[in-house]
Design a protein around this ligand. Structure first.
Ligand code: F6R
Ligand code: MG
Ligand code: MG
Length: 367
């Protein structure tokens, strides 16, 4: 059976600043999707990661379907009304356009969708990150799909040995989708050369070269490219199919033990390590650290099992402890050097104005 997975995600308001949506807001969204999705969706799962609410749904209508997108847009609009009535911070902040027009792409919410022929058993992972941008997944995807030091399946399985095709997007280009397709392993160094710059080059999707199947897909919108200014971090979502001719679930999770530094955290303007956390975790230290959750599912005929929390295991407690250490270590250098993002990525413009004013006061010495 051909099934579509759609994830549409937005920050429509949260408690105590950017911490987490209220229980009533989450319940309102859940109920709206359940009621209005009847006859349209096969199944759905609504969750929160930090201050973001994601609607994961299954259906047979294909990606960029107007009815599915409208359902999510209307749900977020309805949620925004409640968020305003509760005085939640940043109510409706990711809904950047007034009226719905065909689909939610370019309107603020993050979107990731996949259409595929369901396998006899269909394990897949749904990742959601908060306080960071889509390039945060570059390193884990590179390690899981292209590095045999992380993924022994690349050596052990003849299908994985054929490699993967990376579709990478230049997210600075706003006239349309500017993409490049590169094959691992032959073009590994080219892939690496792009992915090292996660603010500009972002993995959009990865395909099996053995079967042509879609393996992974990432939401690529950058909110500031839509709004023309920074309106918050993008907080990307990702879907990854695992096992058989794809990396195993454990091979996809393993790279998150690195706790790599990503753009995000306080005022959307700092480099902080990405912490793998339990489902529905809030935000805390230094408006961060940036977090990532992973819900694992099995699916049959589009009906999903319950979500299993892939980072809720004793192993990840020690990772979290180490990542907290890295976060505090970075914070010791305050605003200096690589602790704060480069000028072009800052969410606040105050420092630019200050520099402009100071620039006029510089003098060149006569002698
Ligand atoms: C992302 C997020 C941040 C904030 C940023 C600035 O979920 O919440 O990117 O948008 O920290 O927010 P203010 O200016 O409201 O503190
Ligand atoms: Mg936010
Ligand atoms: Mg957020």
């Amino acid at each position: 059976m051909k099934v579509t997975l759609s994830v549409i995600k937005a920050d429509i308001g949260s408690i105590g600043g950017h911490i987490t949506p209220s229980k009533r807001l989450l319940e309102t969204v859940r109920q709206h999707v359940r009621e209005k999705g009847e006859g349209l969706l096969i199944d759905s799962y609504v969750s929160a990661t930090g201050d973001d609410i994601a609607i994961l749904s299954t259906h047979t209508r294909g990606p960029v379907d107007e009815a599915v997108h409208k359902l999510c847009w209307d749900t977020f609009m309805k949620g925004t009304e409640l968020a305003k009535s509760q005085g939640l911070y940043g109510a409706g902040q990711d809904l950047l356009k007034e009226a719905f027009s065909g689909n939610v792409r370019g309107m603020g919410p993050e979107v990731v969708e996949m259409e595929f022929d369901e396998r006899l058993n269909e394990p897949f992972l749904f990742f959601a990150a908060d306080k960071t941008d889509p390039g945060a997944y570059n390193l884990p995807l590179y390690l899981a799909f292209a590095d045999p030091m992380n993924t022994p399946g690349l050596l052990l399985s003849s299908k994985l040995s054929r490699g993967f095709r990376f579709v990478i997007m230049d997210v600075n280009y706003t006239e349309g989708d500017r993409i490049i397709e590169l094959n691992a392993p032959e073009e590994l160094y080219d892939i690496a050369a792009l992915l090292r710059d996660p603010e500009r080059y972002v993995v959009e999707s990865i395909w099996s070269r053995a079967t042509g199947d879609l393996a992974a897909a990432v939401s690529t919108s950058r909110l500031h490219n839509i709004a023309g200014k920074y309106t918050g971090k993008d907080d990307p979502v990702m879907l990854v199919r695992t096992q058989m001719h794809f990396p195993a679930t454990g091979e996809m999770l393993a790279p998150f033990a690195v706790g790599h530094f990503v753009a995000g955290g306080m005022r959307g303007s700092h480099n902080m390590p990405l912490m793998p956390v339990k489902l529905n975790s809030p935000i805390s230290y230094f408006d961060g650290p940036p977090i990532v959750t992973c819900a694992a599912f099995a699916m049959h005929d589009g009906v999903m099992t319950e979500a299993v929390d892939a980072f809720d295991h004793a192993f990840w407690d020690s990772v979290r402890e180490r990542v907290a250490g890295k976060a505090m270590e970075m914070r010791r250098q305050g605003f200096f050097g690589s602790a704060m993002l480069p000028m072009g990525e800052l969410e606040y413009t105050g420092v630019m104005e200050k520099l402009e004013e100071l620039d006029g006061r510089f003098e060149v010495r006569e002698d």
